[in-house]
Ligand binder design. Structure first.
Ligand code: UT7
Length: 332
């Protein structure tokens, strides 16, 4: 396809809730240990929302920081996409509520549900609105607050997740300056429901007077095996498309699901440790927020520096997965 415009990633930012839950705190809830959790997941602590915080408040925080960094007026936004599977309400969507909170009255808005692949699907979707000439300024937010959808007595799930939000401003630029080099998205219906968050009130309408718990159900081993199968495959697809080798990529940015998945995949692909960014130790698995969060964190810590080629891969419930390669020239 002949492109009339290119896509530019102008500013990344993130927001974390205030409450820190360390592995030692979880030892009080069920039989586990800091050592077990750290060895199996690489996680030491995660953040969870307080009673005064929500997915929306984190989104507002991340959005405002991004727009301030990019020096863009909210009124100049054409589109807001929020990638989430834990919205504050079924409707209005998170993006519609966010629009009101940040005063982006000239934008149209929708949410995108692709679980931990949401940010990758979101970038790809946003890019189409730039390429077709409809939008100039798009705000993409990835946010999830799984702490509200976890059975805190179920140790195999509770250790993994944390809450957070991350955002990026995606802007139109000249076609020759396009920073999005290529993408590859995939779906394979999770017929065994290895990773699911049921909506119990819809499934059991006759129980509408009872409060039905909506908890994440996960077959950890099956999801682990899925990840180490599909992530190398999508990375190789992308590298083949652009005819590059792992050595020519500056940073591999994987969904922060489990440090063991990150290590296994990067070793399999022969990326060295200095190319692989990670912040899971401090924030856990933040689902749709994990990729923008680790990018924003790594930029702030000067671990990730422009200009660079960064290869992003998300994977999660659906089952969905996808990757994309960004030739990033830096914050504007
Ligand atoms: O965003 C995408 C979403 N999800 C993922 O990416 C999840 C991918 N999967 C994983 O990260 C891992 O499967 C887990 C971290 C969830 C679990 O690690 P595992 O190495 O697969 O452990 P396991 O489920 O095979 O359990 C091993 C043992 C079991 O005991 P037995 O049967 O060997 O006696 C579990 O009961 O560890 C036990 N166990 C625990 N022990 C202490 C499970 N959870 C815990 C715990 N603390 N929190």
């Amino acid at each position: 396809m002949q492109k009339n415009y290119g896509v530019k990633f102008t500013a990344f930012s993130s927001a974390l809730p205030s409450v820190v839950v360390k592995n030692n705190d979880l030892e009080k809830l069920f039989s586990t240990s800091d050592e077990w959790i750290y060895t199996r997941t690489g996680i030491r602590e995660r953040r969870v929302v307080s009673d005064k915080e929500s997915g929306l408040s984190l989104s507002v925080d991340a959005a405002n920081k991004t727009l301030a960094k990019a020096k863009v007026d909210p009124k100049d936004l054409d589109l807001i996409i929020v990638a989430t599977t834990t919205p504050d309400k079924l409707y209005p969507s998170m993006s519609c509520m966010l629009q009101g909170k940040i005063g982006a009255k000239n934008s149209f808005c929708f949410d995108l549900s692709a679980a931990c692949s949401g940010f990758i699907y979101g970038i790809t979707t946003a890019a189409q609105y730039i390429y077709n000439g409809e939008c100039k300024n798009i705000l993409l937010v990835g946010v999830d607050i799984h702490s509200r959808f976890i059975d805190w007595s179920e140790r195999s799930v509770a250790v993994l997740f944390g809450d957070g939000a991350g955002a990026v401003l995606i802007q139109r630029c000249l076609a020759k300056d396009d920073e999005l080099m290529c993408h590859s998205l995939h779906t394979e219906s999770d017929v065994d429901l290895d990773l699911t968050l049921p909506n119990e009130n819809i499934l059991y309408p006759n129980h509408k007077n009872e409060i039905c718990p909506d908890f994440v159900k996960m077959n950890g081993k099956a999801v682990y095996q899925f990840a180490v199968r599909v992530v190398p495959d999508v990375v190789n697809k992308i590298l083949n498309k652009v005819n590059l080798t792992p050595k020519e990529i500056d940073y591999l940015v994987l969904h922060q699901a489990n440090q063991r998945i990150i290590d296994t995949v990067s070793e399999k692909l022969k990326f060295n440790k200095t190319q692989v960014v990670s912040n899971i130790e401090k924030v856990g698995n933040t689902s749709a927020a994990s990729i923008p969060l680790v990018i924003a964190d790594s930029i702030e810590k000067k671990i990730l520096k422009a200009p660079c080629k960064m290869l992003l891969v998300g994977f999660g419930a659906g089952l969905t997965w996808g990757g994309l390669l960004i030739n990033w020239q830096g914050d504007s």
